[in-house]
Design a protein around this ligand. Sequence first.
Ligand code: GRF
Length: 207
Amino acid sequence: MPDTSTLCRLGILISGRGSNMLAIAEAIEKGRIQGAEISLVISDQPEAPGLERAAERGLKALTIEKGDGTREEHEQQLLTALSESQVDVVCLAGYMRVLSSYFIDAYRGRILNIHPSLLPAFPGLAAQRQTLDHGAKWTGCTVHFVDEALDGGPIIAQSIVPVLDYDTEETLSARILEQEHVLYPEAVAIVVSGKYEVVGRRVLQTQ
Ligand code: GRF
């Protein structure tokens, strides 16, 4: 049994399906992310299928909707819940809200996101659609630290995926998603290990 007092506590924010959240949970279970546990899953959408999937795995999961309040009020609620669960690192996994400096400052350098393109190409919504519309032949997925720039923080890890003739948004998204489920746990493992340094925009692995 790992010593739970020294585990890095992950908080995962979702808005939908939660398949990346499950990939991280599975990787922890299989020992591919050493020294971490998922302390809390938060969805901003009460109907997110990922909430049920988290609960099925015995993960603590709750909904914090934005409602009529301001973005800062919503982020304050998120921060309170994360701090009550003593979360060290926040993983965005299909979380569909842009975080402000207010939130980012509380976890600066400790927020990760996964994006379904090879950043800096095609940031923002519908990256797979953007890729097809542009006619790119290769794409992939990127895990990066979150800062104020949309999908713009330092890149931790990337995987490449081919765009095939006659791909639709669905077939391309599915091929990328398979890689996301491998890449996100690998990137989380790097961050949890602490064996990296950020030099300018570059995330360098150390021994
Ligand atoms: C993934 O494609 C991820 O790259 C993007 O949103 C999607 C989330 O999927 N940010 P899931 O909720 O993890 O299944």
